[in-house]
Design a protein around this ligand. Structure first.
Ligand code: ADP
Length: 429
């Protein structure tokens, strides 16, 4: 009853350069506001006194440079303050990047090399705070009026669209602490799996396509060229994962490599990049606030992410259900299944005929609960090199009437009839 209910409002006073780390409860949102002082969430300043509502399970920190009082309303999974953070070293990196952006923008910088702002790539194991650091660097830059490009190569926990995709988008304003990255016109490529080992060649091909398009855009846009990019990567750093980090550094011509929380990876990269004098490899400490997630939790996060794509973060979107004839849609698959190592095959056999081969898929019950990408390709042979318009989710296959029912986040016809299928599925809950 109301008489015994404990007051849920709590005030927390933060000393300078400390942070309040919060895990929102599993099923109750949390309201929070800045009462006095100044504070930021992952690089974005909090508006004074305005209540913000954070969705269940969100993990974040409210950091203050000069001291602040925070008010919270609602239960949390955990909340505690920490005065040891790597934030000073992170903001120092930002200051160096800022200097390079200014130099790139200066009128004397006319050559293509000189007018190029920093191209930062953030690498490290899973749960080292890569996405969080990327976000801070982008928000701090945006606060100073730059429009840096965010490139997310993490197909496991991507923060731009949904798992299984790689994407890029300009960041024009500090990233909203609740809503995340605003998606005006992201450039998205569909890989279709959540681990790169499913088809390494396809992953590399898509990274290359994305980099080429961005390069073309930079050529015509001195402002975004000077602002540079921040590239977030996967937590896969061993074996093929390591090879893919090198591939990304090379493909995007990254000139600042930030290594989070792993000495070994740092020294490997420093050694291998020693002969490239214009590439700086910097080691940064991982924040003690980064929350480790088990593979099961990560799996769940992927599923929530797909849900958010269709229903919105606060359940504020209403996806549309559409019905099409089997004959209206063309579903394709890229490459075979997982690639067999050469050693496992008879001598002389080709591991996989062509990992980039596009093959038509018959529409049947196997498509139920599959997440498909809508390609911008005009012809099937352009599918690998084309970005995607968005994703659809198959909710029913009627074999008798030859009808397919699918969900789209917004109303309207599909921009193309070419769909790409990977191994991405989702069970609506
Ligand atoms: P990675 O990209 O390396 O896998 P993330 O940046 O996604 O790691 O961080 C993992 C989780 O920890 C995220 O949910 C993030 O919001 C949370 N997190 C990161 N830094 C902090 C912090 N200082 N306090 C609280 N939570 C944090």
């Amino acid at each position: 009853t109301a008489a015994t209910a404990a007051p849920t409002i709590k005030q927390v006073k933060l000393e300078r350069e400390s942070e309040l780390r919060i895990e929102v409860a599993n099923d109750t949102p949390l309201r929070l506001r800045l009462l006095n002082g100044t504070a930021e969430i992952f690089g974005t300043e909090l508006p004074p006194e305005m209540w913000l509502t954070f969705p269940p399970r969100l993990k974040f920190a409210v950091f203050t440079w000069y001291g602040a009082t925070i008010e919270m309303d609602g239960p949390t999974e955990t909340d505690y303050t920490a005065d040891e953070t790597p934030m000073v070293s992170y903001v120092n990196v930002h200051a160096v990047l800022e200097g390079r952006r200014n130099r790139a923008k200066a009128p004397s910088s006319s050559g293509s090399e000189a007018s190029q702002g920093p191209r930062v790539i953030v690498v490290g194991p899973t749960d080292s705070g890569k996405s969080t650091l990327s976000r801070m660097l982008l928000s701090w830059a945006a606060k100073q009026g730059w429009k840096p490009t965010y490139v997310d190569l993490d197909i496991g926990q991507g923060s731009i669209t949904i798992p299984g995709c790689i994407a890029a988008t300009p960041i024009e304003l500090p990233i909203d602490p609740v809503e995340g990255i605003s998606l005006e016109m992201p450039l998205v490529y569909f890989y279709g799996h959540t681990t790169p080992s499913q088809n390494v060649d396809l992953y590399k091909a898509l990274v290359k396509e994305l980099a080429q398009i961005l390069e073309r855009q930079f050529t015509g846009n001195a402002e975004s060229r000077a602002a540079g990019m921040v590239i977030n990567t996967m937590g896969w750093i061993e074996g093929v994962g390591y090879e893919l980090i090198l591939h990304a550094i090379d493909t995007f011509s990254a000139n600042v490599v930030l290594v989070l929380g792993q000495e070994k990876l740092f020294s490997m990269l420093r050694d291998v990049l020693r002969n490239k004098p214009n590439v700086d490899v910097v080691k940064l400490q991982k924040s003690g606030g980064v929350v480790s997630r088990s593979s099961k939790v990560r799996q769940k996060a992927r599923s929530y992410r797909i849900r958010e794509y269709f229903y919105g973060i606060a359940n504020d979107l209403s996806p549309h259900s559409n019905i099409a004839n089997f004959s209206d849609l063309f579903v394709y698959r890229i490459g075979g299944g997982p690639q067999a190592p050469r050693s496992a095959l008879p001598i002389g056999a080709d591991p996989v005929a062509n990992p980039l081969r596009v093959t038509a898929v018959n529409i049947d019950r196997d498509l139920l609960h599959v997440v498909l990408a809508v390609s911008y390709a005009q012809e099937p042979d352009q599918i690998v090199s084309s970005n995607i318009a968005g994703l659809i989710y198959i909710t029913d296959i009627d074999l008798q009437r030859r009808k397919i029912t699918y969900l789209t986040p917004t109303a309207g016809d599909l921009p193309s009839k070419y769909l790409i299928m990977g191994t991405l599925t989702w069970l609506e809950t």
